[in-house]
Design a binder for this molecule. Sequence first.
Ligand code: GLU
Length: 480
Amino acid sequence: MTVTRFAPSPTGYMHIGNLRTALYSFLISKHDGGKFILRIEDTDRERLVEGATDVIKSTLKITNITYDEGPDVGGEHGPYVQSERKEIYMEYAKKLVELGAAYYCFCTKERLEKLHEEDATGGYDRHCRNLSPEEVEKNLKAGVPFVIRQKMPLEGTTSYTDSVFGEISMNNSELQDQILMKADGYPTYNFCHVVDDYLMGVTHVVRGSEYLTSTPKYVLLYDAFGWERPVYVHLPLLMGKNEDGSVSKLSKRHGAVSFQDLVADGYLPEAVINYIALLGWCPKETNSEFFTLDELKSIFTIDGVSKSPAVFDFEKLLWFNGEYIHKLEDGEFEKLVAPFIKTDIPENVNRQKMLALLKTRISKLSEIDEKMSFFITLPDYEKELFLNKKNKIADFDTPKTVLTEALGILSALDAFDNDTLFAALSPLSEKLGLKTGAVMWCIRIAVSGLSATPGGATEIMEVIGKAESLSRIKAALAKL
Ligand code: GLU
């Protein structure tokens, strides 16, 4: 069975790149009907950010990336928070010492600092690598603080095959005897993720490509324990476009890069998920770009993952989001957009009709206030707005006549719905010898004060109601 995991460190907000890792990892297991695990990697105690784990959990919940095992859902391999597994790591580190692939190091901080001062790039000089068992025993008995380091082979190479990037090879002479267990008794990421992936039965390690070149050190640990190596799936870098056209690692200066910020700005989680699914992966047998999570589960395969960096394109995401919003049911849209409406909607405005008109004209929910403002308050406009080449309106007489006539017709109406309005105003074009377009143009300018609007004249009037429509037409006549 395919078992994958998402193993975030709770060090802040949910970066879009992390969410992509979670998504791909989830899809790879679900494509095979496998299992997906959430594991919280919190052993770097200095980098912990309060509340970050909740953000991770809520993001996965909102996006429907459900985990079969993890904190709060439990599972046979728990606990799923690394700080609660400390003893396990110490036990395995000691085992590794017995196997000859790790050793105790008693070097003091001062000694290490001095080493660093003398040669900042040289790393640890393996001073404790060959301590005799007696010396080690003596130090341990005396309670000398220690770390446990990985004993790297000094010669040869270590290789593994990554599913995306192919064969990765490293000269062992370049590998540092890295710390596995720290003096505070906590393991380093380098060690505990390997132990956990093994104990939790993870078959596919899916993560960002920043781990590509450190993975030889991890496979050495698998080999030393005699464990079967997992399949590695390193994901391509995520880049952002800079103003000068170049690209660099996606970061805050490119725009909102946390999932929370995007949602707060009116992006739909489904649209974000759909968009990021395509950031580094390409479906094989379809040209479509629109996929539900269930569809992604069925078509997502590792061989569609590309190794070239993916560029996060905010315009494309905005377009995607718009497409998702336009397809919403009116009722659903009303519900989702409600928290973004900060303006009071006066009683004359038909909220439901207005939102239905706006739904297909916005690309993100936060645009709503700006887009609906003309329904609420007539913008200040110049009378020149009435002039229009396409509708052959070259002077102010035409709008004046049209609006005077329209005012008479509209004042007499009881019902004020779109169909009634249209039927009542239609004869006007024949009577005045004008195209319907020209008549409606004049009325639309008068009731909206804008040259481009969501909906036509009659739809707008239906939304703002009779009294407001008449008052806007009168104001236009006064202007003319
Ligand atoms: N805790 C690591 C991170 O957040 C996980 C890397 C991995 O998936 O192995 O980058």
